[in-house]
Write a protein that binds this ligand. Structure first.
Ligand SMILES: *Cc1c(COP(=O)(O)O)cnc(C)c1O
Length: 385
């Protein structure tokens, strides 16, 4: 289909002619198995839902198209997707490079691969390409990046890093959960594999877990399909349907998330009780120019440092009414969390401090409620600390 993002998100893979009944949304195929015509005849398109399922297939075709890729595989969670990619690309004794500012769960699984399979991992500040260059060893097989990162919204130059990696025959993986395919397509910059937690913006309604791997390399796709079939972390037909439903409105949601986040970032930046705001859309963000170059928008996530420490941060959170205190992000409702206490509580305090994740760092997932209402909520809570 030769259409643009919004149109593809709604129509691709769901053409009514695909089904005899003319459904305008993909039917939910709950069947775990599919009857074959006979032992001597070639199987129909489907055999068993762990291998492939028609509803999941529609989601995968849509995700691939929206990332500008050939293939996508949908998993039961973002972590299941990440585990499959690590399994496909690493073997015992390999070395990998990872951005030091990463989703806490990703650090946890990397740590597991390190301990169990002897994979050596160098965590670097990938905002500077030189730091990545210095970390290469002859055993380096993989670079794992996020851009923007969680929770400090740092960016890395995807094109420059991919170029250096390919010169050394090293694969590059980017977790594109924060930007979504609406604002950024890492494969366009030479990145090999994109992973998503579809739990977040892609589903967008905080009612379904899911993950995806998106890529154009046919051999790696075959290997990942094999790993998923062997290990079984597939997205269920019902969750595939929910994710498809969410995905249809990704573009309009992302535009609103971004508009609200921009207004809130500007409000916070001018507030006397706020020391610093981390949002790539602000001119004060150290990589604002890179954001404009490699992204088509700045997203709905931001974090900021409040004056004071843990007691002030906790009073602020208690003062909020609209922003719900919860982990996760990317849903229509606004959420607030304290990374030091939640997503990054598995890191030792000295490590958090080194990374800049203090007790006074507050992360917002800005929802699509009315922006005035959201700013009013923040203003009231700041007044009370
Ligand atoms: C949530 C998240 C994950 C993990 O996804 P799950 O669906 O919770 O397993 C990975 N990366 C990022 C950036 C996330 O926000």
């Amino acid at each position: 289909m030769d259409y643009r993002f919004e149109t593809l998100a709604i129509h691709l893979g769901e053409e009514p002619d695909l089904w005899e009944s003319g459904d305008v949304v993909a039917p939910i195929h709950l069947s775990s198995t599919f009857a074959q015509r006979g032992p001597d005849e070639p199987p129909r398109g489907y055999r068993y839902s762990r291998i492939a399922n028609p509803t999941r297939d529609v989601l995968e075709r849509k995700l691939a198209a929206l990332e500008g890729a050939k293939y996508a595989l949908a998993f039961s969670s973002g972590m299941a997707a990440e585990t499959a990619v690590l399994t496909a690309l690493l073997k015992p004794g390999d070395h990998m490079i990872a951005f030091e500012d990463l989703y806490g769960g990703t650090k946890r699984v990397l740590d597991l691969f390190g301990r169990r399979y002897g994979v050596e991992i160098s965590f670097v500040d990938a905002t500077k390409v030189e730091n990545v260059l210095e970390a290469f060893t002859p055993r380096t097989r993989l670079i794992w990046l996020e851009s923007p990162t969680n929770p400090l919204l740092k960016l890395c130059d995807l094109e420059a890093i991919a170029k250096e990696a390919h010169r050394r025959d090293v694969k590059v993986v980017v977790d594109n959960t924060f930007a979504t395919p609406y604002f950024q397509n890492p494969l366009r910059f030479g990145v090999d594999v994109v992973v998503h937690s579809t739990t977040k913006y892609i589903n967008g309604h905080s009612d379904c877990l899911g993950g995806a791997v998106v890529l154009s390399d046919g051999d790696l796709y075959e290997e990942l399909s094999f790993i998923r079939r062997a290990t079984g972390g597939v997205l269920s037909p019902f969750d595939s349907y929910l994710t498809l439903r969410g995905l249809k409105t990704l573009a309009v949601r992302m535009r609103q998330h971004q508009e609200n986040a921009m207004r809130i970032a500007e409000f916070l930046e001018g507030h006397p009780k706020v020391i610093k705001v981390h949002y790539p859309g602000l001119k004060s963000h150290p990589q604002h120019e890179l954001a404009k170059k490699q992204m088509r928008g700045f997203g709905g996530m931001l974090s900021f440092e409040i004056k004071g420490g843990a007691p002030e941060a906790q009073r602020f959170i208690r003062g909020l009414k609209l922003f719900l205190f919860a982990t996760s992000l990317g849903g229509v409702e606004s959420l607030v969390n304290i990374p030091a206490k939640m997503s990054h509580d598995n890191l030792p305090p000295e490590e958090r401090k080194r990374l800049g994740i203090g007790d006074n760092l507050i992360r917002l997932s800005v929802g699509i409620e009315n922006a005035e209402d959201l700013i009013g909520d923040l203003e009231r809570a700041l007044r009370e600390i």
